[in-house]
Design a protein around this ligand. Structure first.
Ligand SMILES: *Cc1c(COP(=O)(O)O)cnc(C)c1O
Length: 468
């Protein structure tokens, strides 16, 4: 969320509104537009207010053509109805809305089972506004466990968290807000995510945990979680350091259980102490819902859990927010019931098929080299082949925007800042028909781009205003 300042320019109004919106009433009808940067003096009729807001929002993009976001942009009408019915329910009000609280509890139980908690009834977890909040909570639990183990040295010793340089920005925020030193494993050559051995080497007695990502926002690749745990097991047998792993499964924790059943990345690994996911990514719910789960309450220090009784009842909660809408949690439960394992498998497989097919067709255009192929997360990144010098990925992004496609271009972090890529995130609702249109549009731009003298969109990053 941008941090907003006051009005950029004072209202230079009065402007007028369409007389129809003011009900075309020449006597009482409103034709002067209300101010935009201070509260209007008086009320408007609801139809006029609706029309004004609605019209302005027409200039927002078409979310179905947005290939930058991981977040759900399509749900069924029945889900919308349920969400509508719950839009007045406050998630924190567990006593007033015990059934909503119960649906949240069931979602946690279903996820504990899906992620192979050895004893699903011992696993603890909660809903959040998204993975960012879930990661904050998981990071806080890691930090608190470390301070308890090191009570004799803390404060004084500075805690650190080990992770790949490709982590999502929420981990930079966690380290900044909670004063934990980030220790980043760099990218190296064609390895665009964490290396288990390098991660283990960064650990010391002040390491609160290691974050593994399933899958990386940069290129959709899964980090090797089992190998990471093995490297940390080896570290423990050598040094005695027992470092827990948190899996940031914002996307992949709702993909791998259905499509990669043989991949061992979850609570089957004893070292994995907590996992988060975004219900609003491949959990297939509109924003914002996320989930954080711990293997058992031994991983979640109890002093972090609050009980408040001033809404009645005495339900333990772990959250940064207090009030929060219940609709998304209900929609998550609906989607779990609606799809079941088989349904999720079918939806995610279709999305992965679209991604892999599209990646192949992009490669076949000849101008591009694939970094990933959409066979882990249904996401792939690609860049121009070396002999393309007349244009770059930023030009492609800009030109695709003219056709309505939001196709982000960005440079990689330190060590591979020379590498700039385009990334396609396939989601449920991005059909093979749309993929076909996408590749046609991309292909039809290339002859013109090849005739450029040199790349034009030099203002990297600003070219697409892209944030992970
Ligand atoms: C999207 C994402 C996040 C942040 O999730 P939100 O639900 O948007 O808060 C964190 N980690 C990874 C790996 C992500 O892909």
């Amino acid at each position: 969320m941008p941090l907003h300042k006051g009005p950029e320019q004072p209202d230079k109004r009065p402007a007028t509104v369409n007389p129809f919106y003011g009900q075309a009433n020449p006597v009482g009808g409103m034709t002067e537009a209300p101010p935009q940067h201070r509260l209007p003096d008086g009320p408007l009729p609801p139809s006029t207010a609706y029309q004004l807001v609605h019209d302005e929002l027409m200039l927002d993009g078409n979310s179905r053509l947005n290939l930058a976001t991981f977040v759900t942009t399509w749900m069924e009408p029945q889900a919308r109805v349920l969400m509508d019915e719950c839009s007045d329910k406050n998630m924190i009000d567990k006593d007033e809305y015990p059934r909503t609280a119960e649906l949240e509890r069931r979602c946690v139980a279903m996820l504990a089972d899906l992620w192979n908690a050895p004893d699903p009834s011992a696993a603890v977890g909660c809903s959040t506004t998204g993975s960012s909040e879930a990661c904050m909570l998981a990071g806080m639990a890691l930090k608190r466990r470390w301070t308890k183990r090191n009570a004799d040295r803390y404060p004084g010793a500075r805690p650190n968290l080990v992770m790949g340089v490709n982590v999502q920005v929420c981990w930079d925020k966690f380290c900044n807000f909670w004063e934990v030193e980030p220790r980043l494993v760099p990218m190296e050559g064609d390895r665009f995510h964490l290396d288990p051995q390098a991660a283990a080497e960064l650990c010391d007695e002040n390491t609160i945990g290691v974050v593994g990502i399933l899958g990386s926002t940069f290129d959709g690749s899964y980090e090797p979680i089992a190998e990471l745990c093995a490297a940390l097991n080896e570290l423990q047998s050598r040094t005695g350091l027992d470092i827990p792993v948190h899996v940031d499964g914002a996307s992949g924790a709702m993909v791998a259980p259905f499509l990669d059943e043989d991949l061992v990345w979850d609570f089957r690994l004893p070292r994995v102490s907590s996992i988060n996911t975004s219900g609003h990514k491949y959990g297939l719910v509109y924003p914002g819902v996320g989930w954080a789960l711990w293997r058992s309450d031994a991983e979640l220090p109890e002093e972090l859990v609050f009980r408040v009784n001033y809404l009645g009842g005495d339900m333990p909660t772990f959250a940064l927010n207090f009030s929060r809408p219940g609709a998304q949690v209900v929609a998550q439960y609906y989607t779990f019931l609606r799809l079941g394992r088989e349904g999720y498998r079918a939806v995610q497989q279709t999305t992965r098929d679209v991604a892999m097919g599209l990646a192949e067709r992009v490669e076949a255009l000849g101008d591009f080299r694939l970094l990933t192929r959409g066979d882990q997360l249904p996401v792939f990144a690609f860049t121009t082949v070396p002999d393309i010098t007349s244009y770059d990925v930023f030009d492609v992004s800009r030109r695709m925007r003219e056709r309505g496609w939001l196709l982000p271009a960005y440079t990689f972090p330190e060590n591979r800042q020379d590498l700039s890529v385009l990334r396609v995130v396939c989601r449920n609702g991005f059909s093979s028909d749309l993929a076909e249109l996408f590749v046609e549009d991309l292909g039809s731009l290339l002859p013109e781009l090849r005739q450029q003298q040199h790349p034009l969109a030099r203002d990297k990053g600003a070219a697409t205003g892209f944030h992970h």
